[in-house]
Design a protein around this ligand. Structure first.
Ligand code: CU
Length: 152
């Protein structure tokens, strides 16, 4: 009787692991998290830039399709190449990859500011995706000249 219990328990455990997408093989689903967020204190009273990284540990790709914030009337997503800035409606989050918004490259633009963000404050940012549930990020406001210490 005890012998028959063990395989059943293992099967249940394996089933639970498969359901939560645990491990490196997550069955083609995205597993997103957001980090490295900051907003340099803006010079202008009506526009600010913001940066963050979305990490995908899952085996499925996703897309960032919307960004909203408590502080801004509108948040737009911009790509930068060759010094030119282009507004985009979505950004890919590759499987087992990252979407990086960073200074001098792709970035978020907060427009129609309801208040001017000051160093030390936090701005709430909500990220919407094509497949995954939305993520909420608390974005700290840094000094106007802040540069992250790591290149990651
Ligand atoms: Cu821009």
């Amino acid at each position: 009787m005890r012998r028959s219990l063990l395989p059943a328990a293992l099967a249940a455990l394996a089933g639970a692991l498969a359901l939560t997408g645990c491990g490196s093989d997550s069955g083609g689903r995205p597993e997103l998290s957001a980090g490295a967020a900051y907003m340099p204190q803006p010079v202008s009273a009506d526009m600010a830039a913001g940066f963050l990284t979305v990490t995908n540990k899952g085996g499925g790709a996703d897309e960032l399709t919307s960004v909203t914030s408590d502080i801004a009337g509108e948040v737009t997503m911009h790509s930068t190449s060759g010094g030119a800035m282009t507004e985009k409606t979505s950004f890919a989050v590759p499987a087992h990859g990252r979407l990086v918004f960073r200074s001098g490259a792709d970035h978020l633009m907060f427009e129609g500011l309801k208040r001017k963000p000051r160093e030390g404050q936090r701005v709430t940012v909500r990220l919407g995706f094509a497949h995954s549930k939305p993520l909420t990020v608390e974005m700290p406001v840094r000094s106007a000249t802040y540069i992250p210490s790591t290149g990651n």
